[in-house]
Design a protein. Sequence first.
Length: 71
Amino acid sequence: MLVIEAHRHRTRERNRADALERLVSLIERAAEPPKPRKATRPTRASRERRLAAKRERAGTKRARRSVGGDE
């Protein structure tokens, strides 16, 4: 539920029209799609964290491999 109060003007009709205009502008602003996020380069620290995680996963998989190779 949305309640819009209007007390700017002296007459009830003007206040109703004012409230209706504000409601319409609120709906129009809500209907606009948000601006797309501007892509940025990953930071050096985030790249290093990603590569460290990849090395760790690779080491885990390497440890699971069979040594003999006869399977």
